[in-house]
Design a protein around this ligand. Sequence first.
Ligand SMILES: NC(=O)c1ccc[n+]([C@@H]2O[C@H](COP(=O)([O-])OP(=O)(O)OC[C@H]3O[C@@H](n4cnc5c(N)ncnc54)[C@H](O)[C@@H]3O)[C@@H](O)[C@H]2O)c1
Length: 501
Amino acid sequence: MADASVAPRSVGLLGAGVIGGGWAARFLLAGVDVRLYDPSPTAAEAVSGTVERARRAWRRLTLAPLPPEGTLTLVDSVEEAVAGVDLVQESAPEREDLKRALLAQAGSAAPAGAIIATSTSGLLPTRLADGMDGPERFVVGHPFNPVYLLPLVEVCAARETAPDTVQRVTAMYRAVAMRPLIVRHEVDGFIADRLLEALWREALWLVADDVATVEEVDDAIRYGAGLRWAAMGTFLTYRLAGGDAGMRHFMAQFGPALQLPWTHLTDVPELSDELLDKLVAQSDDQAGGRPIAELERIRDDCLVAVLRGLRGTGFAAGEVLALTERELYERAGSRIGRPPLPDGRLRLHETLVEPGWIDYNGHMTEHRYLEVMADSTDAFLRAIGILGPYIDSGHSYFTVETHIRHLGEARAGDRIVVATQLLGHDEKRLHLFHELRRDEDDALIATGEHMLLHVDRSAGKTAPTAPEILAALTDISAAQRELPWPEGAGNQVRGPRVGAA
Ligand SMILES: NC(=O)c1ccc[n+]([C@@H]2O[C@H](COP(=O)([O-])OP(=O)(O)OC[C@H]3O[C@@H](n4cnc5c(N)ncnc54)[C@H](O)[C@@H]3O)[C@@H](O)[C@H]2O)c1
């Protein structure tokens, strides 16, 4: 969702399994219309389940306003799926003969300007393009599961692919919040699956040789290196392992170990019935009877947590999310999205109380109140025009004082709706009051009063706000003129004081 102007208007998806369903969800949530063909009678149900999972994940991933969803049309043939689309994305089973025939059929039926992409995990694109009309518009777009959450998509050209095709498809993927990685050489398995394959082979050996169970192998990844990988990958991680002397020192220390028998790597364990039975039994033990749908939900929640965490650092996939949010907010514009409440207060923010927000008392933990209020303040700032370009110019508002009153309990799953009142403003100051209510019964949960100062970040001091921001504040203030001073505003914390009589 980086630049809506280059997003495809509609896409034709061929195959709606794990990956095709994931593509459907990613495009639909980005506002792109999807035409989908899959011969399986269960495809429609599976896709609707995947789209629902994706909606849930994105609701948790960001508060930024997503565009109106695209329309999903299920069709009965390849020709209908590719009719009039800007991009065809094939995600049929990983068999070269099947894919080649399907891609040739799509190539003949799709509009001349449409890009034809395949999700293949590692088949060589030049072989897949064999026999296709217009092979210059064919390209690999290899995504990762779940496609609706993971940003990476490897883009690899075939021998006859036009450079313009790579550029256009890259822009289209970026426009749906992905991070294309151009694979410059046509190699089996591209970049990511070569790495994953190496790890996978060694993991199979460890289980085959009874060195470790499947669960022990997973633990060896997820409690250690896996956490580093999300931020730093392999090379940056090892640079740090070399200390101040960096990569040269790391290689001096661990380079000789490359000669030691630390890996089987190029050998492949024989996939005997015995090994298969062992893998399946251990994997069943590890899953502990939890169905796939439950594990998918856990996976999505964990990925959302990682992505949101990385967003705070602006690093790796966090940068993609931060850019996506910025773009979404800019696209939504500085207009105040929802109509104000009948009394004139602004309704700019609402949120769901997440299970992870609950403390040992069973209700929303303290700092989440501030988070909801800070998100409401951000929504107010966006509404008056404090958006990317304004912030880039070095200007913004900083909160300098906050007073929260905790008045009710919010429990997991409650929807909280915030009403915002502008208590006052001048050229430099902004005085806001938020009231948090539970949507279901209108119970008052909390109020927050906040003083913000307009700052020039480069000068490091307060500065008058821009005339257009001041005008927006004046408009809101005029619209709220008749509102009473809210109960609790201007209060101090009262209580026993040391030394008081
Ligand atoms: N599963 C992954 O983690 C993953 C990741 C990246 C890429 N891929 C690649 O994506 C592609 C699909 O993999 P998947 O995991 O979604 O497989 P899948 O088995 O879950 O889905 C394949 C779908 O294709 C449908 N299909 C079969 N013949 C078809 C035809 N002629 N036309 C249209 N649809 C047809 C099937 O009914 C099925 O729904 C493969 O090329 C795979 O290598 C998979």
